[in-house]
Design a protein around this ligand. Sequence first.
Ligand SMILES: Cc1cc2nc3c(=O)[nH]c(=O)nc-3n(C[C@H](O)[C@H](O)[C@H](O)COP(=O)(O)OP(=O)(O)OC[C@H]3O[C@@H](n4cnc5c(N)ncnc54)[C@H](O)[C@@H]3O)c2cc1C
Length: 512
Amino acid sequence: MSFCEPIAGQPIKMKTTRICIVGGGTAGWMAANLFAARWSDKPIEILLLESPDVGIVGVGEGSTPTLKRFFQLLGIAESEWMSRCNATYKVNIKFTGWSPQSGIDQYSHPFISQIDTFSQRAFFVNCRTRRLGLATHTNPADFLINGVLAQQNKGPLTPENFPFRMEYGYHFDSYLLGEFLAQHAKKLGVIHQQALICGVEKHANGDIKHLVSKDAGNIAADWFVDCSGFSSLLMQQALGVKFKSYKDNLFNDAAVVMPTDISTNIPVETTATAIANGWCWKIPLTNRYGNGYVYSSDFIDSNQAEKEFRQHLNMSDSEQPCRHLKMKVGCLENHWQNNCIGLGLAQGFIEPLEATALHLVQICAEMFMDDFSDGHFSQQRQSQYNQKVTERFERVRDYIVAHYKLNTRNDSDYWRANRANTHISDSLSQLLDVWYRREDLEQEIARQNLESHFGTVSWHCLLAGYGAFPRLADKQPGTGDLYKEQNIQHFLQGCALNFNLHQQNLIPRLSP
Ligand SMILES: Cc1cc2nc3c(=O)[nH]c(=O)nc-3n(C[C@H](O)[C@H](O)[C@H](O)COP(=O)(O)OP(=O)(O)OC[C@H]3O[C@@H](n4cnc5c(N)ncnc54)[C@H](O)[C@@H]3O)c2cc1C
């Protein structure tokens, strides 16, 4: 099924390859756009099927900077999509209340930008010094440009002469983003069909032959992409791929969500606040906040969750309804099976603490496109793909697990059980071991080849942000900090002067 190469003296005969994407949620439409853009000059037909009877999950409103790259790849300007999706800029996640015993009320995990190269070294050195027992300044937000911008509530757009590339993500309305991506994919030639899939027929070798639908008959294709959400219609149900649950590592399996009014000053960050039995997100859009409470049904039921959520939002007396969701946390044992790959919730989900789901959709779709363009569908390629994707999921999982393992809350069994949980991977144990033994974390991250998942700066933000340090020594260094953090702060504050517009002024408007 590779692309046809010309044979000397013969006219080129191209067989059209048909790829059928099942699912019109954000994952399905992202994949459709990426495929159509990459293969515009190839004999490839892309068909996307979805059923309005099933609908989309309708949450997932925060991204990583990978989404910026997604729009750049498609050549879509921010002014074209952001206002249509009520989108805002996101430079940071602010974690509040995760480690009260360390005396740190909140910390930041900013997206890392090019300019941070100058200050991150000072951050690492101060953290190491602090681990050695001397009092140094280790607040991540003061060392990283997006941390400074978040504190000043400034957007990440720079004047043209600013010499560094800024990294940032977005907050957006997931329904509107889906609509926008659907329109764009159709412009690129993607065929859209509404059909409820109720069966799958396979070839003798296990490949999917066609899908059976009530309304559109049998739908055949060469390749299938399962974007059917948590039901994992093709990968799990039809092909019998096993699902590896992360329940032992991550307890949360449910969420309750409700919008609230937006404030006058729209923040440039997501807030993740730990409360009695889980954590709440607060995501600013141009027209509302999206809020949600992620919790474990082993510790509280949905009524109790809604009560705690409403209290947290000061909405106990409000009639505004909440929406309850179940989450299946874990991932497929194989992400590519026969002539099918899984993407999005159909392939797996790690809870939304770092908003990594769409990031993984894009990374996996791109990896698959590389393999597909090469056209070498060997067993070896397939296993390599499966191994690489599993590794991605596991490393993201470990970073999230660390947030629970290191918590210092004492207000519920939920937090104590998370702290006491011994189901952590060897990779994470080794990282924590190196940190607490005061050794070189950067070296350990390089040794484990983790940089492309969550890198050294992110791990320092988390560990320093939690105040996960050994006790301070009696003898303090006085004025002798290895790096003068004040100099760093002056430097970053100086840079921040370039970002002189607030989010409200930055959000592109649709031209009339
Ligand atoms: C509580 C929560 C919070 C989240 N927060 C974030 C976040 O902040 N950032 C982030 O990146 N991600 C987040 N996510 C994940 C994000 O919501 C999803 O990754 C994203 O919406 C993509 O979903 P999807 O397209 O895989 O599935 P869905 O949106 O569920 O779409 C499934 C599609 O499959 C179709 N389908 C299903 N069955 C059939 C059938 N039988 N026949 C035909 N069609 C069918 C449906 O019609 C639908 O179009 C969150 C998820 C949850 C649960």
